[in-house]
Design a protein around this ligand. Structure first.
Ligand code: 5GP
Length: 190
C-alpha cells in the first residue's frame, strides 16, 4: 500500500452527524469516499453503488471468505464492510480517502496498523442523539431505541485503549454542525 495519500476514518454513533460531515468533505476535489458493502435493506433515496453496495448475505459472506474487505462488522443484525481495493488505488494516487465506519471496524484497522487520521464524532448527549434520530425519520421507533443502545456502547468503546494507545486521534463533540465541519477540515488539512 502506498502512503502517498491520506486515510481519514470518520466514526461515531448513528445520529451523531458523521454523514453530514462526510457530505461536506465530499465537496473537496482531493477527497474520495469509500462505498461500503452492506446486507441492510436499502432506504428510500439510497442508490446502489453510490451510498452502499447492497448485497445479499450470501454474496457478502462469499466476498468475506475471499478476503475482499479491509474491515467488516455486524451492526444491528446487518453486515457492513469496506472493500479493500478502492483505498489502495486512491492512496496510490495521493488522494484523501474517507471511510465512514463504526467502532468495531475502526479497531480492526488499528489492529492492522493501518496509518491514518482516526476521528470520532460524538453527539452532545444520548437524549439529543435520540431526538436527532427521531427528527431524521429514517428509522422506526424500535430501531431508534436499538441504535441508541448501540450508541452508548460505541461511546464507551471509543475510549478504550488498544495496546495502550487511544483508538481515535480526536473526538469531536458535534453540537454545531458548521463548527464540527470546520474542525474536521482543520484536522485533515492543518
Ligand atoms: P447505517 O445503517 O445507518 O447506514 O449504518 C450503520 C452503521 O454502520 C454506521 O455507524 C455506519 O458508519 C456503519 N458502517 C457503514 N459502513 C460500514 C463499513 O463498511 N464498515 C463498518 N465497520 N461500519 C460501517
Amino acid at each position: 500500500m502506498s502512503d502517498a495519500g491520506k486515510l481519514v476514518v470518520i466514526s461515531g454513533p448513528s445520529g451523531a452527524g458523521k454523514t453530514s460531515v462526510c457530505r461536506a468533505l465530499k465537496q473537496h476535489p482531493d477527497v474520495e469516499f469509500s462505498v461500503s458493502a452492506t446486507t441492510r435493506v436499502r432506504r428510500d433515496g439510497e442508490r446502489d453503488g453510490i451510498d452502499y453496495h447492497f448485497l445479499s448475505r450470501d454474496d457478502f459472506q462469499k466476498r468475506l471468505s475471499e478476503n475482499q474487505f479491509l474491515e467488516w462488522a455486524s451492526y444491528n443484525g446487518n453486515l457492513y464492510g469496506t472493500p479493500r481495493w478502492p483505498m489502495d488505488a486512491a492512496l496510490a494516487r495521493g488522494r484523501t480517502f474517507l471511510v465512514e465506519i463504526e467502532v468495531k471496524g475502526t479497531r480492526q484497522l488499528r489492529e492492522r496498523g493501518i496509518p491514518g487520521l482516526y476521528l470520532f464524532i460524538e453527539p452532545p448527549s444520548i437524549e439529543e442523539l435520540r431526538a436527532r434520530l427521531q427528527r431524521r425519520g429514517t428509522n422506526g421507533a424500535e430501531e431508534i431505541e436499538q441504535r441508541v443502545r448501540i450508541a452508548a456502547d460505541e461511546m464507551a468503546a471509543s475510549r478504550e485503549l488498544l495496546d495502550g494507545a487511544a483508538l481515535y486521534d480526536h473526538t469531536i463533540l458535534n453540537d454545531d454542525l458548521d463548527a464540527t465541519i470546520r474542525r474536521v477540515e482543520q484536522l485533515i488539512w492543518p
